[in-house]
Design a protein around this ligand. Structure first.
Ligand code: ATP
Length: 328
């Protein structure tokens, strides 16, 4: 292997830079050249790239976002797009491509592989943690801490004003961030897909605990942490429906993109460094169409094809504890 490409795709995640750095440094140690593509797969299709040398990745380990920029690339979902991406890889004589992104990005990688003979490996970079084959994705730990910081602040104002707050967190279609940040912030209630769907007009499970808490425990504030996509119309609609049902104002707060930003926490920097290095070493060993992940602190390979099968279960112990003990 003499030359490889790297790109970041899909939603950006804290730690992507740490991963790029690790790839570049490890490749340099093996005399492998690295080409970085800009704006995800768009850079690959449009030939927008730059050679990455170790000095380019100095002092980026602490930076959020991605120096390569990230993007969605609808063009890759067509055969012509996949062919154009593969053509760039061939033209630049790249022996391999590393894709840092979520399971959508890995589907894109599989599409390119139909037209490209080189090796392709994925690295799990997304705050959502919804990728199989790794205990945590790069960015997940930071997103929890960012959400936690915000919820702690909301708690202060909620306490002062004796209010009910509904805090909506990201997570795509999984509750990893909501459950973790909800538990760590001591939220009175957590709503996430793993607890089942919530329908308008059937809000008993949400409302009863609020009423009990108000009446029996005299709480001065009540925080509900909710994963996105859990209620038609989102948290704003749910907050209005709760307000109507109990006659006490419930305020919605959507954290949104704040959760994607910020300097990566130590755990994300370390995971990104480990997996970036591991992926380059595995390329040298001939790995292809696999994702580099970490399970039980052990780096390993997982089929790229299976990374989006949603086999990874949210922690059943914490889920049960929240449902039986803490959702009060
Ligand atoms: P995150 O979940 O953190 O946003 P992701 O990688 O899952 O990350 P997506 O928006 O799902 O994000 O996918 C990123 C890109 O991957 C898409 O813009 C597209 O270029 C490519 N992609 C996704 N699905 C496919 C597919 N089925 N075929 C080809 N390319 C795809």
């Amino acid at each position: 292997i003499r030359r490889i490409g790297v790109l970041t795709s899909g939603g950006d995640a804290p730690g992507m830079n740490a991963c790029i750095r690790s790839v570049v440094l490890t490749a340099a140690a093996h005399q492998i050249e690295v080409i970085g593509f800009s704006h995800g797969y768009n850079g690959l299709i449009e030939g927008d790239y730059t050679k990455l040398l170790p000095y380019h990745v100095q002092h980026i380990i602490q930076l959020g976002g991605t120096i390569l920029k990230s993007a969605r690339c609808p063009a890759l979902q067509t055969e012509e797009g996949a062919k154009a991406a593969a053509a760039t890889l061939r033209q630049l004589q790249l022996d391999a491509l590393l894709v840092i992104g979520g399971d959508g990005s890995f589907k894109g990688a599989l599409a390119i592989a139909q037209h490209y003979k080189g090796q392709i490996l994925g690295l799990p970079g997304t705050i959502d943690n919804d990728v199989d084959g790794t205990d945590a994705t790069i960015g997940y730990a930071t997103a929890i801490d960012t959400a936690l910081d915000a919820i702690d602040k909301i708690r202060d104002t909620a306490d002062a004003f004796e209010r009910i707050f509904l805090v909506e967190l990201m997570g795509r279609h999984s509750g990893f961030i909501a459950l973790s940040a909800g538990i760590a912030s001591g939220a009175e209630q957590i709503i996430c897909p793993e607890f089942g769907t919530l329908e308008p007009g059937q809000l008993d499970t949400v409302i009863r605990p609020i009423q009990n808490a108000q009446v029996l425990k005299g709480k001065s504030s009540y925080i509900i942490v909710m994963a996105e996509h859990c209620y038609p119309g989102g948290s704003t609609t749910l907050a209005a429906d709760i307000t109507d049902a109990i006659g006490i104002e419930c305020r919605a707060c959507v954290l949104g993109h704040i959760q994607r930003g910020g300097s990566p926490v130590g755990a994300d920097r370390i995971l990104a460094t480990k997996l970036g290095a591991y992926a380059v070493e595995q390329l040298l060993g001939g790995a292809h169409l696999m994702m580099a992940g970490e399970v039980n602190h052990q780096a390993g390979l997982y089929p790229l094809q299976a990374s989006g099968e949603r086999k990874k279960r949210i922690d059943p112990y914490l889920l049960r504890w929240q449902q039986q003990v803490a959702n009060d």
